[in-house]
Design a protein around this ligand. Structure first.
Ligand SMILES: [Fe+2]
Ligand SMILES: [Fe+2]
Length: 169
């Protein structure tokens, strides 16, 4: 059984992941609106990944006999100043998520809950990749100063990103 505290925090993390899906969808919409559909694709894939992160927690809570409590999803950022601004926000966002995963892991360790600990390890590793990718993409955006023909090249590159639906559980 999950402790009440871990059950609550896992539900909160599930909500964070759904919120992340919203944030990335909002970023995708921004890029579509400025005709960079390839970069929009990059954020659609990111949004799908976040949906998967949320659903993995959804099934885990149920498997542990806990209660899935869906909460209201906050409104994401809808005003972006520039392509560079979006990538800066995306990296900041991933850093915040890493912090919340770490906090959750601290609690699992404190409670000696080995199942939650083992489950969360996947997220700890995933966040290393998420931050690395967000950092690299921001770095590329900075190289081209977030404008000009370089944007079209990145648009091409990011149009290639794909998502294959993994099994949720
Ligand atoms: Fe995530
Ligand atoms: Fe993420």
């Amino acid at each position: 059984m999950l402790s009440k505290k871990l059950e609550k925090e896992l539900n909160n993390q599930m909500n964070n992941e759904f919120f992340a899906e919203y944030e990335y969808l909002s970023m995708a919409a921004y890029f579509h609106s400025i005709n960079l559909d390839g970069i929009a694709n990059y954020f659609h894939v990111q949004a799908q990944e976040e949906h998967f992160h949320a659903m993995k927690i959804f099934h885990f809570i149920l498997d542990k006999g806990g209660k899935v409590q869906l909460q209201q999803i906050a409104q994401p950022d809808i005003d972006f100043k520039s392509p560079l601004d979006v990538f800066e926000k995306a990296l900041e966002h991933e850093k915040k998520v890493t912090k919340s995963i770490n906090k959750l892991m601290d609690e699992a360790i404190k409670e000696n809950d080995h199942a939650v600990n083992s489950f969360l390890r996947w997220y700890v590793d995933e966040q290393v990749e998420e931050e690395a990718l967000a950092g690299k993409s921001l770095g590329k955006m900075k190289l081209i100063n977030g404008q000009g023909e370089g944007l079209l090249i990145l648009d091409q590159e990011f149009s290639q990103r794909t998502f294959t639906v993994p099994k949720e559980n």
